[in-house]
Design a protein around this ligand. Structure first.
Ligand SMILES: NC(=O)c1ccc[n+]([C@@H]2O[C@H](COP(=O)([O-])OP(=O)(O)OC[C@H]3O[C@@H](n4cnc5c(N)ncnc54)[C@H](O)[C@@H]3O)[C@@H](O)[C@H]2O)c1
Length: 357
């Protein structure tokens, strides 16, 4: 088993990573100081891993609360149902929640923990690659409201993250690909040791247990180091948005249909590399390497059908924009991001147009 410590000014916590992490950890001891423990578990993951999860819940002395985990359920009304349920089940400020599932369950259960009785502790057990390398780390929790995604939320650091890679054996390829997009991002913005793992493998071989463990370890350690420096996303943490300014606008323009988050971020990374090149930051060699890496994992091959002006319009709503100017995370070279860079709308539009040609 490997451990990564996330150091934040709100307290430190460990990520335990291994292919039988749940079995090997002394989880009884994690739960013993709480008066009640509740596991909010993805219904799908529960169906796929019932025996493992029932055993773990038994050892935690926890009751299981299944959750429908589509993005459409990550909402405030569903959270209110859970608040009522927790109250009915006598959860107090001395109780513990455990969120088991992908990023949807992590964000949702983390939000419930952050808000219930002004905050109770949470442990995350991520079951998707994206959740292991990204969403379970850093304490950002949120639910969606009608006006937008992740609008209502908090920073609420977990007590611990347990990444048991056994869960990934049942993960569909498309979801592996979503997680790979975030590891490619981590490689491009600073964790260069990910590059050889990514280039020497492909979507199939990267699922080998040992390779996957190395990939998650480097990727999660990188995210942990970045969020540790900037818990509330005031400065350096912004680099984690590389590829996401265009990516979010694209998926929002497409109404989250016919494009996965990973694909949208991949298009975003391609577009933002092109912007970096046009701004004179990135050289052709690095830009080509980025495009090749994305292609190698099946991304950004066939251009999605989108309206560049429409996507630009969605970008204007981005939380990172200051007043009217568009701000981006760009790359000076692979591994060297710069953030909060103002880019002219005309240039962004040109790059978006070039992507659908
Ligand atoms: N808090 C953060 O910092 C942060 C960062 C990135 C993304 N997010 C959020 O994370 C969410 C996306 O997370 P995600 O990509 O994990 O998607 P997800 O939670 O929707 O899971 C994807 C799919 O995989 C299924 N699944 C989960 N684990 C499985 C397993 N082991 N085997 C088989 N199927 C499994 C789920 O049921 C779901 O259908 C979004 O809501 C996004 O906003 C949050």
């Amino acid at each position: 088993m490997k451990y990564i410590t996330v150091r934040t000014k709100d307290g430190d916590y460990d990520i335990a990573l291994g292919r039988r992490a749940l079995d090997e950890l002394d989880i009884e001891q994690l739960a013993e100081r709480f008066d009640r423990v509740g596991c909010i578990v993805s219904e799908r993951v529960l169906a796929l891993h019932e025996e493992t999860l029932t055993r773990a819940a038994g050892r935690l002395g926890a009751k299981i609360y299944p959750m429908m985990d589509g993005e459409e359920n990550k909402n405030y009304r569903y959270a209110e149902n859970f608040f009522n349920l927790l109250l009915k089940e006598c959860f107090t400020r001395r109780s513990l929640l455990v969120g088991i599932g992908g990023g949807v369950v992590g964000d949702f259960s983390g939000f419930c923990a952050a808000a219930y009785m002004r905050g109770i502790p949470i442990i995350h057990i991520p079951t998707t690659l994206l959740a292991m390398v990204d969403s379970s780390i850093g304490g950002k929790v949120a639910v969606n409201i009608q006006a937008g995604k992740n609008i209502v939320g908090a920073f609420h650091q977990p007590q611990r993250v347990i990444a048991d890679t056994r869960f990934l054996h049942s993960l569909p390829e498309r979801e592996i690909q979503n997680g790979i997009a975030e590891t490619i991002k981590h490689a491009l913005i600073g964790e260069l040791r990910l590059i050889p793992i990514l280039t020497q493998n492909n979507l199939q071989t990267i699922c080998d247990d040992d390779v996957m463990e190395d990939l998650i370890f480097l990727s999660a350690s990188f995210k942990a180091a970045v969020v540790g420096q900037d818990v509330r996303e005031a400065e350096i943490r912004a680099i984690l948005n590389y590829g996401h300014t265009v990516g979010h606008a694209l998926e929002s323009w497409m109404r989250y249909k016919d494009i996965s988050h990973g694909e949208a971020v991949a298009w975003g990374m391609k577009a933002e590399a092109a912007i970096s090149r046009r701004m004179g930051f990135l050289n052709d060699g690095d830009a080509n390497l980025i495009n090749d890496l994305l292609k190698h994992y099946g991304f950004a091959a066939k251009p999605p059908i989108f309206d560049p002006a429409g996507v630009l319009e969605h970008m204007r709503f981005d939380k990172k924009n200051i007043k009217d100017s568009l701000r981006f995370v760009l790359l000076k070279k692979i591994g060297e991001p710069v953030y909060n860079i103002e880019v002219e709308e005309g240039l962004v539009l040109d790059v978006l147009k070039s992507m659908i040609e």
